[in-house]
Design a protein around this ligand. Structure first.
Ligand code: TPP
Length: 676
């Protein structure tokens, strides 16, 4: 029996339903081939997630083939990557040769990867919670670059996240949702794939109501897709109210157990002692009864249409879509189906149910048929122009000014930013600083005064006329400092997206994140992820050094340099002094924006650490040591074109001068798909 029994809404075959079935088949077959067909001499587990994918097939079919527009961007739950590839294949954006390469070297990646997959992927995902929140920071970055005249203006596209329900366990999710600026981003839409299963289990008390309340309290529009059309129809019949109550009241594991029942067992278990419900059940044939219990709105294309139509673009929206993990597969609803693989016999049976041919598993729709025409239409609708080539401004090698005297490198950071506004206004226009509520205590006050604070709309500065106020917090869309709440994970997420605008919209920024040094560790995982996903930025941890600065141990870490040392794709630089700054530069791009860091990180082979640990004192330095000089090679063009780095041997001394060449002269360009 096929489980994809969404009731036909028209008398004839609906091309969207045919596409939905084909997407289910292809996504299941991609995983099947990798595990059970492709030769595997080592015998090592390959893996892949048929049930997680099946859970999102209806939602993604509806989104891509009915609602998505070219300017929209989508982050896809990591374990549904086969669905994304299946859709890209049907749209002509993925060559057939890749369908047999899931998790193979050079093939389709385990999880959607913007940097490595051969087809269009908007956001890399994999570490749950981080990929889900990336579109929030992508939305901020897009709004930010629009001030530079980007072609792709804000508000033109929604930023979707397709999120697993267990993903909402992740702190990164709530850290992002609670940021005060996020409630203003009406282009954000999350769809929670509410299958009530995680990796290990059926989550007993997932408490959807509580989650919905938390989103609503954060200012989000909350939509719920629970009952499919078949269920809704039954609710109107005698005994229907009892059915609704029963479905609402039963615990999640019991519901999942019912999904595993045959008709006879279901007739007994579902009504229990409720005679009204028993009467309703008795009147249903086996097929309708089985279809009804699993008829959740997340698999109902008409219900999905209604939900998309209800999205208000004035505030973020979350849609809780009830689904069945493994929907349409023999493994559906089983508590241990997360990594379960269909057998060859089950695949043959599935092909028969879905109208596929196991002997020709990758067949497209026959030319001229309705689904083929729909695929062609959608491919046209979603075609995106390539972003214009990012032409970053030149960054001067020398500011032509020689500061003297004693200065901490922390103070030099603020000074260098201000000097840049005078020496190279066009480059300075592309600098964007980000701080998790520590911009003043890390010496950015002068810069903030000069450039203002970025906000979605102009806000009145109520202290503009207050003579005692030294730092003016002028919030406006033209501001160049972005202030976040105390949330280092958000900082790293936003930096990654600001550092990727050159590849998305052809606008290079020089993002600089500034935070207290020990909290680099707190931001570490999203930071690593952002580098892997292609974000290019400078992260400044201050104060740093091995001997303690007067600010004390709670604000100074001695392990940050080790972190930089170990992080592939990151050039780490530690400046000597306790009141110093530690510029950890991910890729060459933003090296140009750092003063001391620029001199050294841009000259060093990527992935290496230069470090020096002198005693903890402010340093008397000659002008060009800190604020006056910028690395000759540190231009953003090097940044924008830098390739991935390889691991390098460790270095524990200053970088020799002979290494000080721009990255651009050594590194290959990103592959063209990078600019999707
Ligand atoms: C940060 C992180 N922790 C753990 C994992 C391992 N993991 C992968 S999927 C998964 C469960 C995801 O459940 P859910 O988001 O509900 O997706 P679905 O059940 O629909 O596959 C876990 C724990 C991960 N990828 N990332």
């Amino acid at each position: 029996m096929t489980m994809m029994q969404t009731p036909a809404r028209t008398g004839r075959a609906d091309p969207l339903l045919e596409i939905e079935r084909r997407v289910l088949w292809l996504s299941t077959a991609i995983v099947h081939y990798a595990n059970r067909v492709r030769p595997n001499p080592s015998g090592l587990k390959v893996g892949g997630h048929q049930a997680s994918s099946a859970s999102l097939v209806s939602i993604m079919t509806s989104l891509w083939f009915r609602h998505l527009r070219a300017a929209d961007r989508v982050s896809v739950k990591p374990h549904a990557s086969p669905v994304l590839h299946a859709i890209n294949y049907l749209l002509g954006d993925l060559d057939q040769k890749y369908l047999t390469t899931l998790r193979e070297f050079g093939g389709l990646q385990s999880y959607p990867s913007r940097a490595k997959d051969p087809d269009p992927v908007d956001y890399s995902t994999g570490s749950v919670g981080i990929g889900a929140t990336a579109p929030i920071w992508g939305a901020v970055a897009r709004r930010y670059v629009s001030r530079l005249g980007a072609a792709d203006q804000p508000g033109l596209g929604r930023q979707y996240s397709l999120v697993g329900d267990a993903e909402l366990d992740e702190g990164a999710v709530w850290e992002a949702i609670l940021d005060p600026g996020v409630a203003e981003l009406g282009e954000i839409t999350w769809i929670v794939d509410l299958n009530r299963q995680s990796l290990d289990r059926v989550v007993p008390n997932i408490a959807t109501g509580k989650l919905q309340g938390m989103f609503a309290a954060a200012g989000w529009q909350v939509l719920t897709l629970k009952y499919g059309q078949l269920q809704t129809g039954l609710f109107a019949q005698p005994g229907g109210e009892a059915l609704r109550r029963r479905i609402d009241d039963m615990p999640n594991p019991e519901y999942q157990r019912l999904l595993r029942c045959g008709p006879a067992e279901l007739r007994e278990r579902l009504p229990g002692t409720d005679t009204a419900l028993a009467g309703l059940v008795a009147g249903l044939d086996d097929g309708t009864l089985l279809a009804a219990i699993r008829n959740l709105a997340g698999h109902d294309l008409a219900s999905l249409d209604a939900a998309f139509a209800a999205i208000e673009d004035t505030r973020p929206t979350v849609i809780f879509a009830y689904t069945v993990k493994g929907y349409g597969l023999p493994t559906q609803g089983h508590p241990q189906n997360h990594s379960a693989l269909l057998t060859a016999a089950q695949m043959t049976q599935l092909a028969a149910e879905l109208g596929a041919d196991p002997a020709d598993p990758w067949a497209r729709f026959a030319p001229g048929t309705e689904p083929a025409l729909l695929c062609a239409d959608v491919a046209r609708r979603l075609r995106r122009p390539a972003p214009p080539a990012a032409e970053p401004p030149a960054v001067p090698a020398d500011f032509g000014r020689t500061p003297s005297g004693t200065m901490t490198t922390q103070a030099a950071l603020g000074r260098a930013l201000l000097d840049l506004t005078r020496a190279a206004p066009e480059a300075a226009r592309r600098v964007v600083t980000v701080s998790p509520d520590v911009s003043l205590s890390t010496n950015l006050a002068g810069w903030v005064n000069k450039v203002g604070v970025w906000s979605v709309a102009d806000r009145r500065d109520w202290f503009a006329d207050d003579a005692e106020t030294i730092v003016h917090w002028r919030e406006k869309p033209a501001g160049q400092h972005i202030e976040l709440g105390i949330a280092e994970t958000n900082l790293a997420g936003l930096l990654g997206e600001l550092g990727a605008t050159w590849s998305r919209w052809g606008q290079a920024l020089l993002p600089i994140g500034v935070l207290y040094d020990p909290f680099v560790g707190r931001a570490l995982e999203p930071w690593s992820f952002g580098i892997y996903a292609g974000g290019q930025s400078i992260l400044v941890g201050t104060p740093s050094g091995v001997s303690l600065a007067p600010e004390g141990g709670a604000h100074q870490s001695i392990i940050t340099p080790s972190i930089g040392l170990e992080q592939p794709g990151c050039t780490s630089y530690s400046r000597p002094s306790r009141r110093t700054w530690n510029g950890s530069c991910s890729r060459a791009s933003a090296c140009s924006a750092g003063p001391a860091a620029a001199r050294h990180t841009c000259g060093c082979p990527p992935g290496r650490l230069t470090r020096r640990w002198p005693p903890c004192r402010p340093i008397r330095r000659r002008a060009n040591a800190v604020a006056a000089r910028w690395s000759p090679g540190a231009t953003c063009s090097a940044a924008a074109r830098a390739g991935r780095t390889s691991r390098s041997p460790r270095w524990a001394s200053w970088c020799p001068r002979r290494w000080r060449r721009p990255y651009g002269s050594r590194r290959p360009a990103w592959p063209p798909t990078w600019c999707a």
